[in-house]
Write a protein that binds this ligand. Sequence first.
Ligand SMILES: [Zn+2]
Length: 199
Amino acid sequence: MSQEERHEERFVFLAGDLALDLVNTVLVDGGALVDTVATPEGLADWVAASPLDGAPSAIPPAVHARTLAMRQAVRAGVDAVVEGGPVPDTTIATLNAVLATGPGAALTRGPDGALRYGLRADLDADPAVLPWLLADAGARLFAGDRLDRLRRCANHDTCVLIFLDTSRNRARRWCSMEVCGNRSKVAAHEARRRRSSAE
Ligand SMILES: [Zn+2]
């Protein structure tokens, strides 16, 4: 297995939302809670594997710390929302503090000579824009119209992952059918088997 494949396997991108994918960097693996981006190197690997443009070769420790603080704020917001409450003021304040560091916008000339107008957010050249990009995703999530689709994986006992249920009939229960969906089926099967052998 190549180094790159190992990196990809450490992370899950199943939430349907970048801010939630960031929250899902804390997951249960082998029965223990694991932070897959606990180091700046781990975060750089996550960015490279993520849908974000760019793959910074190194993430400065201060940017790493700001990103983890942001993740905690989004997690608190998610937990409040799935419990039926409002997004906490502390979450909004943390997002706003990061959003205030906005990268600004710029006109750039592309290789074909055509002008493009957009964010001046080049992750490769300036990894410091990472927390802003993620805070932007979190703010759009909390202020957007998909918030009522926020779900926790139904496998509460051994999974902490969250996602947006974008299925048409709003019936998605598991982070992943392959992992928790199957695990639940196997557990139900085991319970039935134990019951019938006890009779
Ligand atoms: Zn799950």
